[in-house]
Ligand binder design. Structure first.
Ligand code: NAD
Ligand code: UGA
Length: 421
């Protein structure tokens, strides 16, 4: 099939690479001229494991365009951003602009697929917009569930494919099944609004699991219990499951914070009080401060202390720093007068007056304390005896409960986790 993807970000580029791998011809359109120029040169503008390799392997089927929509496409995807506005409501202006750009070109043979996470009712509104323009366009809501850092794997082996469409739309499901032929996953077919709600509910539930375990971490701390044992003990119950029970400095990224806030706003608009979402957000919003208090108690005072913060990205295996708890931590420590030196294997610190080390050694050398803020594998695999020799102090703070506690303590270092007694 011939596919056009509008929005060449994390979702658009991953979708493009995976569809090209499946044998389709893919045209990516973005309004960012620099990004398109880089892609045309063969440079992938984001770090996502396996993405650059797929682009190289399937370059004969991948094309990049600045603004110019590929009008001959069978299927057109909208993958533009939907960030939160200042009140926490999703800003759909990028989607609206993409639809406005499409309006003169799109025809009734084409299938329009909305992959961006959009507020309930948006797909219906888009359908009506075209109808008012005299065009009967088949609109499909096909929300994306990939995680950054494992986006290619998640797209090739998804848990499910959610398809929202009109009940009288007989053709779109088979178009989507042809497009995704080769991907084996159960289909959930629902209404346009049903698909939109599934996307928000999935993110809200995962965020709630994290806030739940972070609240348990605070309780564990108070009672001298190890939350890692608790997560294991409850996670082995098949009804609970082991995933998303890693306590830490809170969830970040471009989606959980904005999608929880968006669903909350949508609830208020319908006069429904979202008690659970409010609690999820409140716990997350206070988690970092709770942990910084612990860091202060551990270090005595932090002013002038040299603190190595390992991790800048909001999670490992990505260079994305949107809503990164690691960046918030760095800013807080800096504001408290600490001499912070940050490190990340891929992400770059912007607009913060803090030095970023180019090597791990440079970050760790002479540090009074070391804090792991993002659970990259290379931090988990550090040689702790060597770390001890390099540091001036002896405090290792594990903000992600990801480090080997015994090995750290055996190296003569003081280990401080999150809710670990
Ligand atoms: P992103 O910010 O990385 O990329 C969006 C791209 O769209 C940018 O390159 C921007 O220049 C381009 N763009 C914006 N308006 C445009 C227009 N009118 N015409 C052409 N290009 C335009 O965003 P993302 O992280 O890929 O997220 C995209 C959507 O997918 C969001 O709704 C997000 O909530 C959802 N989502 C993201 C993820 C993720 O892991 N990042 C996962 C699932 C769903
Ligand atoms: C999340 C969802 O997992 C995806 O299914 C969804 O498609 C995506 O949002 C989206 O809509 O954009 P992502 O944000 O890329 O994916 O990454 P996650 O692995 O979910 O991590 C999100 C945040 O939660 C990170 O800051 C991570 O460190 C934190 N986290 C995750 C925890 O604190 N504890 C955990 O147990 C798991």
């Amino acid at each position: 099939m011939n596919v056009c993807i509008i929005g060449a970000g994390y979702v658009g580029l991953t979708t493009a690479a995976v569809l090209a791998k499946l044998g389709h011809t893919v045209h990516c359109v973005d309004e960012n001229e620099q990004k398109i120029a880089a892609l045309k040169r063969g440079d992938v503008p984001i770090y996502e494991p396996g993405l650059a390799e797929l682009f190289t392997d399937h370059q004969s089927r991948l094309f990049f365009h600045h603004k110019q929509i590929h009008v001959e496409a069978d299927v057109i995807f909208i993958c533009v951003g939907t960030p939160a506005d200042s009140k926490g409501k999703p800003d759909v202006s990028y989607v609206n602009r993409a639809i406005a750009d499409l309006t003169p070109h799109i025809n009734e043979k084409q299938t329009l697929v909305i992959k961006s996470t959009v507020p309930i009712g948006t797909n219906e509104r888009i359908y009506n917009h075209f109808k008012n323009e005299g065009k009967h366009i088949r609109v499909v809501s096909n929300p994306e569930f990939l995680r950054e850092g494992s986006a290619i794997f998640d797209s090739l082996y998804p848990d499910r494919i959610v398809i929202g469409l009109h009940h009288d739309d007989d053709r779109s499901l088979s178009v989507m099944q042809t497009l995704y032929a080769g991907i084996h996953a159960p289909y959930v077919v629902t209404s346009l609004s049903g698909a939109e709600m599934i996307k928000y509910a999935a993110n809200a539930f995962l965020a709630t699991k994290i806030s739940f375990i972070n609240e348990m971490a605070r309780l564990c701390e108070a009672y001298g219990v190890d939350v890692v044992d608790v997560a294991k003990g409850i996670g082995l119950d098949g009804r609970i499951g082991p995933h998303f029970l890693q306590a830490g400095i809170g969830y970040g990224g471009s989606c959980f914070p904005k999608d929880v806030a968006a669903l909350q706003q949508m609830a208020y608009e319908q006069n429904v009080r979202p008690y659970m979402l409010e609690a999820t957000k409140t716990i997350n919003d206070t988690q970092l401060n709770w942990y910084v208090q612990k860091i202060k108690r551990t270090l005595g005072h932090i002013s002038k202390k040299r603190i190595a913060v390992l991790g800048i990205a909001f999670k490992p295996n990505t260079d994305d720093i949107r809503e990164s708890p690691a960046v918030s931590l760095i800013k807080k420590l800096h504001a408290h007068g600490a001499n912070v030196i940050a490190h990340d294997p891929k992400a770059v610190l912007h607009n913060v007056d803090v030095k970023q080390a180019t090597t791990l050694e440079e970050a760790i050398a002479q540090a009074d304390a070391l804090i792991v803020a993002t659970d990259w594998d290379e931090y988990k695999q550090l040689n702790w005896s060597y770390v001890k020799q390099m540091m001036s102090g002896n405090v290792v703070i594990d903000g992600r409960n990801c480090l080997p506690r015994e090995a750290i303590m055996n190296a003569g270092l003081n280990y401080i986790g999150v809710g670990r007694g």
